[in-house]
Ligand binder design. Sequence first.
Ligand code: BTN
Length: 323
Amino acid sequence: MHSLELNRGKFVSGEELAESFGVTRAAIWKAVESLREEGHRITAVTNKGYKLEKFSDILTAKGIKSHLKNDSKVTRVICLTETDSTNNYAKRLAVNGESHGTLIAANHQTSGRGRRGHNFESPAGKGLYMSLILRPNCDAGKFQMITVADAVAVCLAVEDLYPESRGSLGIKWVNDVYTRGKKISGILTEAVTGFESGEIESVITGIGINVSHWDFPKEAGNAGSIFEDENMMFGRDELCARVADYVMAFAENLDDPQIISEYRKRSILTGREVSFMKGERKCYGHVEGIDDSGGLVIVNESGEKEILRSGEVFMIRDEEKIS
Ligand code: BTN
């Protein structure tokens, strides 16, 4: 499968495949047949060989595992055809003691959740919906860094797999990933508190990425997808593994300066005029940048510096809401 994936959209000869694996061409044919049975879209043409179609994109635990790094910190992979929300599923596991590093991915969410009670459109086959259970060894003050690290992880993963996207991915504070002016990814991080201890026992960090969703309902605002059409450069299995590996590596050391420096490089709001709400009052300011713990540094109308730790911020060039 790897050889076909590396050559997505191109024919690889049966002979070449047989030679590289040291097996017969008949064995290759059999292996391709079983991949097709799993749902991979592979075209076979005499004298040309086999081609994994660019739009072939199925999500399986086997596929995700095959793309994890050898020293991956992901400890378990659960891949679901459908669930209410991978964050809900992860929470149910976490309260029963599921370990750090468990990854839950789903092909479809029936009640995908966004921040501030919003829905997250999660149709089957068109996006990647994933959650990780973390038991980070740090105080609650550092939890915002998990969300910051997730946004960086999404950008780095897409850029690794699709180098042409470099320079076009941006992060809108605090955790939305944009490309071509459209939001392609959102993050929802939630704490699970022990019933008796009242302390945070684990953190569920959920990431939604639109991969090949091109028919959003009006309510989805300015949502977009990584790919503009069926010409897809990678599948969700690979994307899921890459994002999970980055998140797990960052979670090992949330103080790693690479996290914030990669975030700053992609911060869309830096240098922009913005508006934001403070209670009932609408405020304006100029964004200076991102501080070391992921806060948004703003110089307000009175020329004072303020640091926002949460909330929503709008760019005010044309008062257009971009979140
Ligand atoms: C947002 O944009 O407001 C956050 C969206 C987060 C969506 C992801 S999809 C996987 C996980 N499960 C959910 O129900 N939500 C998160």
